[in-house]
Design a protein around this ligand. Structure first.
Ligand code: SAM
Length: 295
């Protein structure tokens, strides 16, 4: 190992006065796509990582924590999983998790950035693990908002695996009342819409609460869940939205029965993990219940 002072560092700031330093072992790619700054690097602890606009998207070491959490509670709760839509999801790991369920007839993934998808295929094949080549995968390069406007199919599960809706991000246009209404119109009866929904850390949960507050205007059940993602160095939150399914209330036995149908072994999510994901600390429950800004 080189001495600390000889490493180059990727520094991800979570606040102007807080940062996580990752030593860089290798840079596979660093450049700009038509939509965002893209880097693929490797680090000694987390292995390969995808970074967009300076934010870690996922790491080889712990991506299963993030992707199993994003996909499976919603899939376990949905009445019908035959048609699934992924908004974003560049690396292909969300697609991989969806296709582990044999009940999925088709999974459509719409990512705006062909460069991110190509780099993922080239440098991060462990993420998709062959999912891009499955006949059940329908991978579209394009804007997810335009896709939903142009196609009126309905889906049992819609998964939003988009970048954070920051001002200059291509995902920003997908976070407003009109788009939330559009997404709901594409959800089948008994369906679940799930989104990666920013951090749940005590010092940084305002965006998550804003998403939850807005979505509660649209759905009967909007439940927050979160887990620590080591590569993000923070608690990462998600929202499951439905008019019929209270995903938080799924019985751990039913989750385990669902898990038995999945291809291959899970790394993180099962009935017991489900309980932990949906068991929120008091400060977060208070923040979610409080009034505040909406989209
Ligand atoms: N795990 C991630 C995180 O922490 O933010 C999200 C992963 S995934 C790589 C995010 C993807 O959303 C990117 O590949 C990006 O190209 C895609 N994206 C952003 N805006 C989009 C849009 N308007 N339509 C489709 N895909 C979009």
């Amino acid at each position: 190992m080189p001495k600390t002072e000889n490493w180059q560092w990727y520094v991800e700031e979570s606040a102007p006065t807080e940062a996580h330093h990752h030593a860089i072992e290798n840079v596979y790619f660093s450049g700009r796509s038509d939509f965002q700054q893209v880097a693929v690097i490797s680090t000694p602890v987390f292995g390969k990582m995808l970074i967009l606009d300076g934010d870690t998207q996922s790491s080889q070491g712990d991506e299963k924590i993030y992707h199993e959490t994003l996909v499976h509670p919603a899939m376990a709760g949905a009445a019908d999983r035959s048609e699934v839509l992924i908004l974003g999801g560049g690396e292909g790991a969300t697609l991989r998790e969806v296709l582990r369920h044999p009940g999925v007839k088709r999974c459509t993934m719409v990512d705006i950035d062909g460069l991110v998808v190509d780099l993922s295929k080239k440098y991060l094949p462990e993420w998709a693990n062959g999912a891009f080549d499955e006949p059940r995968a329908n991978v579209v390069i394009g804007d997810a908002l335009a896709y939903m406007r142009e196609h009126d199919e309905r889906y049992g599960v819609i998964i939003s695996d988009l970048t954070e809706p920051l001002e200059d991000s291509p995902s920003n246009i997908l976070f407003n009342e009109n788009v939330f209404r559009l997404i709901k119109s594409r959800l089948a009866d008994g369906g679940v819409y799930v989104l990666q929904a920013s951090t749940a850390a005590f010092n940084n949960y305002s965006l998550h609460c804003k998403m939850s507050r807005t979505l509660r205007r649209h759905y009967k059940y909007v439940t927050s869940f979160f887990t620590f993602v080591p590569a993000f160095d923070t608690d990462w939150a998600f929202l499951a939205c439905s008019d019929t399914v209270d995903v938080a209330g799924l019985d751990p036995g039913a989750v385990d029965a669902y898990g038995k149908n999945l291809r291959g072994e899970s790394f993180f999510y099962d009935g017991q993990t489900h309980r932990r994901l949906f068991s929120l600390p008091l400060y977060l429950r208070r923040a979610l219940a409080a009034d505040g800004p909406v989209f």
